[in-house]
Design a protein around this ligand. Sequence first.
Ligand code: DSN
Length: 450
Amino acid sequence: MPSSPLASYAQLGIRELHDQDPELYELLDLEHRRQSGTLAMIAAAGVAPASVTACEGTVLGNVTAEGYPGARFHAGCEVVDEVERLAVRRAKAVFGARYANVQPHSGSTANQAVLFSLLKPGDVLLGMELSAGGHLTHGSRASVSGRYFTSVGYGTDASGLIDFHEVERLAEEHRPKLIVCGASAYPRTLDFARFRAVADKVGAVLLADISHISGLVAAGLHPSPIDLAHVTTTSTYKQLYGPRGGLILMGRDADLPVPGSRRTFAETLQSAVFPFVQGTPQIQAIAAKGRALALAAEPGFKELATRILDGAATLAAALTAAGHRVLTGGTDNHMVLIDVSHKGLTGVIAEQALESCGIIVNKNKIPDDPHGPHITSGLRLGTNILAARGMEGDAIRRCAALVDRVLTSVRALGADTWHLDDATRAAARAEVAEVCARHPLPHGGLGPAV
Ligand code: DSN
C-alpha cells in the first residue's frame, strides 16, 4: 500500500492510543480478542470488515455538514458531498431503489423519521407486537412510537406465523394511517405483497423495516419490499455487515404524493431526516455504509448470504433433532428461535450458561411468554457471524451440538440462577476456542467467499 496521510494517520492513532492511553487501549484490545475467541450467534449482529471499520476512523468525522450534497449549511463539503453521493448511488443499486437516504444514525432513527413525518400525534399505527417478535419502534409502549401515536399491535397464530386475519381485522377496525411490517424475532418469510394489500384496502401507508433481513433482500434470497412498501428502512450493521447506522429506501412510490399532502414521499422523507429529526450527519459512518454496500454488490455476497440461510436451516434441523422446541418448526431466514422452557430453563439462564462457555446468544420473549423481557422463555440464535466465519454444514452442526450440550447440562435453580458443572464448561470452552481458531473472523473481507 502506498504511504499516504490517510494511512499514516490511522497508524498514528493506534500508536498514540497505545502509548498515551494504555487503559483504554487495553479495553479495545480485549474486546477485539473477545470477538475473535467467542462464537457469536447474535441474530441482530454482523461483523464489519476492516475496510468498513477503517472508514469510521478517518478525518471525515471532523466535517460538520448539515443538509444534503450540494445544499449544505456549512462550507468545506466538496469532498464529503461526493462521499454521500457515492453511498446513495450504491444503496440505490444494491436494493434497486429510486430513493435512498444514507444519513439516519440508526434503524430506529430511520423509523422515527418515517413515523414523525407521515403521522401526527395520536394517529393510529398498526405494527407487530414486541412480544410477538416486533420491534420497539413499531409502536411499543416502551418507545416514543407507542406513546405519541395510538398504537395497535398484531401477533402470530398458533403455529407462530403472522396472523393475517388479525392484521386485516385490526386494520379494518382501527383504520391505521400507517402499517409497519418487519420484525426482530420472526424466523419466517415476510409477505410484503399481502401487507400492501391490507394497507391499500384501508388507505394506510406501508413501512417495511428489513433491518434483520436486509442482506438476504440485497442478495435476492428474500422477497424485496422496495416496490411493495411505500417506504423501507433498515439498519446497516446486521446483515449488511456495515457500521452502526440506518438507511431509508423507496421504490415505485417515491415520487407519488403522500396521502393528504402535495409533497412526494421522497420530498417528505428527505426533510424528515434533516432537519426534522437529525442535525449534522455522521459522514464517517456514511462512508462506511458506502463501503459495506460496495461489498454487498460483489458476487461473493450472495455466497455469504446463502451460507447465512443454509446455516440457519442446518442449525434449526440439528437443534430439533436434539429435542429442542424450535418455534414455527424451522426458519426461512438467518434466525432460529427456541423455547427453552421446554427444557426447564428460562431464556436468561440459557443465555448466561452459554456465555460462560463462550457462546454468545440472546434471551428473547416468545409468543404468550409468561416471563418479562429480563427473564423470558426463549432464545434467539442467528447465523450472520457464523457465515462470515465461513462456517457451513458440519461446522454449523458442531455449533448446534455445543449449544445442545450446554442447555442439557445446565440446571435451573431459580428463574435466573443456575448451575453448570466445571467439567462441562471447561470442555465446551475448549471446543469453542478450537472452532473459533479453525474458522477465524475475517479481517480483510467477509469470509472466504468475498
Ligand atoms: N433490534 C434489536 C434486536 O433485534 O436485537 C437490536 O438490533
